[in-house]
Ligand binder design. Sequence first.
Ligand code: FAD
Length: 505
Amino acid sequence: MGRAVRENEGETKVSEYTRRDFLKTAGLAGAALAVPGKLAGMTPAGQRQASPTATGPGGKRKKVIVVGAGLAGLVAGYELDQAGHEVTILEAQLRPGGRVLTLRAPFSDGLYAEAGASRIPNTHDLTIRYAHEFQLKLVPFYPASGQYVNQIAGERLLGKLGAASHWPVALTAEEQRLGRAGMWQKYALSAAKQLGNPAAPGWSPKPFASLDGVTFTRFLRQQGASAAAVRVMTLGMDYDGASALRILADLAVNGNVTENYKIGGGNDQLPRAMAQRLSTRIHYGAMLQRIEQDRSGVRAFFLQGNLVHQSEADHLICTIPFPVLQRVQFQPPLSDERLNAIDSTHYLSATVLFFQEERRYWQADGLNGFALSDWPVAVSQPTFDQTDPRGILAATLTGSIALREAGLPEDRRISTVLNEMETLFPGARENFEGGVSKAWNNDFWAKGAMQWFRPGQMIEFWPYMASPVGRVHFGGEHTSPWPGWMQGAIHSGLRTAREVQEAAS
Ligand SMILES: Cc1cc2nc3c(=O)[nH]c(=O)nc-3n(C[C@H](O)[C@H](O)[C@H](O)COP(=O)(O)OP(=O)(O)OC[C@H]3O[C@@H](n4cnc5c(N)ncnc54)[C@H](O)[C@@H]3O)c2cc1C
């Protein structure tokens, strides 16, 4: 492991103070990090500068191993490196980004689509700020023109996303009048408001244990939603037995989203830009197998090039998803409670399929290639702002159908879901040039899409998600108040970096 080389000692000193000061506060107090939602008002990275402050116990330059070069590990590594610590990142794959995965192959003519993280809500201050820091352009996720398809009970309704003047299912008169957005407000958002701010320091799920005892869909029925209302509300998404508290906390923490963005050219540019800055501090093809720690330090044993290597440090930040962490050994062993959380935390099943179409034939009917269906599937058209006349329809399946498709060979997956595409956008088969899919449950380095607590899990596992064990710190989206979002991964990267920064030795 090479030592981190600092190119310009004088310059580094300034940024060291800035970064250390930044780590004390950045993004860790929820609303305390006020970043305006409007892009025009964003705080440029350079303006983060603050007056130098005493570094306190964190003043010592520490050796830190970060495991995982997804956004959580990259942010932790980047901030600690900028603050002058000696950082080594171990990444099992040969690329950075983890679940931020922009597919360019096998598409033609420079087209691309997102297999993982795709949408950045305008309330995600941290994601937006890092995109700005690396001078990446944020562009609208949804097209401003064209009609959306909402398909329910076999009927295709055209209009705005998730909106219809009349839903052809057995809603009550009030639900029909409220519409989908009104039903979300009545049955879910008002309850979410009661949770306070789950991103605030010290927030605990304990007072809301009863909400953790039921699935989200059961909760909606308890709130008075008819079965048809649940069907309309969950259009495009299988909530996969999620705890009501998990989903309500997500609604609470995301706030009032009024716009959604993506990174022009592909979301993978963010992790790639960070990785480029970290350069040789990242070791690719390095699979963590075992962590040992004692009072004086921590050791990581990892497989690289068929050889087991050992690396020593003062602290280790582990950002790998829990289903993958199950394969890592700890010495001394973790507590039974923590092992149970690692072994049992449920992850959402998701399979994403991409259909390259010879031309955007749906435009002739005034459609934009986006759809929600009660199959359930959510369809987006990531190519709406790309120049090639071809188009890609991207279908995201969740829950049991995602799992079922994950079990099929690639060609059968493509052909079954292409049939569904045909019902949403007639002509899909005729214009089809080729397809590809990504089943996140089959991904050896993720084993699922995102942390998705089942009933009872949020209360039981909460104390064991983000708390450190000695010199080992746990990050990743699953440990954050924004599970399942890039914002969560980044937030956890900042939190773990701060834990290391503030540790006495
Ligand atoms: C289908 C899907 C849709 C999504 N949609 C959105 C969205 O619209 N908006 C949004 O903001 N977010 C979205 N997300 C979530 C977002 O992608 C994640 O929250 C975020 O990327 C997670 O980052 P992470 O660093 O926590 O984990 P990861 O990205 O999983 O990084 C962990 C890293 O650890 C590595 N690793 C694993 N095991 C080992 C080992 N033993 N040794 C060394 N390295 C190891 C992995 O290779 C990986 O690179 C989506 C995710 C999926 C799957």
